[in-house]
Design a protein. Sequence first.
Length: 134
Amino acid sequence: MLLRRLRTPDTGTVYAPEFRRAIEEPIAGAVAVPPSVTLVVTEGNYLLLDTEPWSAIRGLLDEVWFLAPDEHSRRVWLTARHRRYGRTAEQAAARTAGSDERNARLVAPTSSHADLLLDPTHWPLPQYGDISGF
């Protein structure tokens, strides 16, 4: 498991995948993490799930922040992200209401396992607009 390798001392450089939204695919080994790196930030919908294989992850993380915008903002941001990557308005809305909504309902209860719960809805980011495209 990648997170376990990152936590293991003396493993040398660890290569992590990068998810490229433009092609909706992960690229294996795209990010080199040398041993000199002391802080790794990861993200993912399922990191706090209690089911296998996800249940092993929480113990590998020093701190977890859970981003929980209000539902309206979450949907607007996701729809805008899908549009930015080439989907039509109808396709973006369907994706947001489909798999994105199922994921949101699945992970929302896991927020209680986080160290910090953040509502990014009111962050002063108007020049960036959509913060969900990371």
